[in-house]
Design a protein around this ligand. Structure first.
Ligand SMILES: [Zn+2]
Length: 95
């Protein structure tokens, strides 16, 4: 069978085909800065923490505070009862 010849032919084709499909493989001699030229530089600003305004779900309390934690449950700083963040946010939005 002509399997070895076919294999050799495909090897010569694929070398150029890969470089046309994936030009990133050909920029071997370039510096890192040149390779990354199209990627925008990331701004190294520290993002300000986005607090969530919560209202205590306990009816007698109703304290409003800004929650900066990423948990689902938050403790009210006034009455120390634990309220669910999703529920406490819904109370704020419903007004
Ligand atoms: Zn409370």
């Amino acid at each position: 069978m002509t399997v070895p010849r076919l294999g050799a032919m495909t090897m010569s084709i694929t070398r150029e085909a890969i470089l046309t499909i994936l030009p990133s493989l050909s920029n071997k001699g370039k510096t890192r800065a040149a390779r990354r030229a199209r990627k925008p530089t990331q701004d190294n600003w520290i993002k300000a923490p986005r607090g969530k305004w919560l209202k205590c779900s306990y009816a007698k309390c109703g304290f409003e505070w800004q929650y900066f934690g990423g948990h689902h449950w938050a403790e009210c700083p006034a009455c120390h009862c634990v309220t669910k963040v999703a529920v406490a946010r819904r109370i704020i939005k419903s007004r």
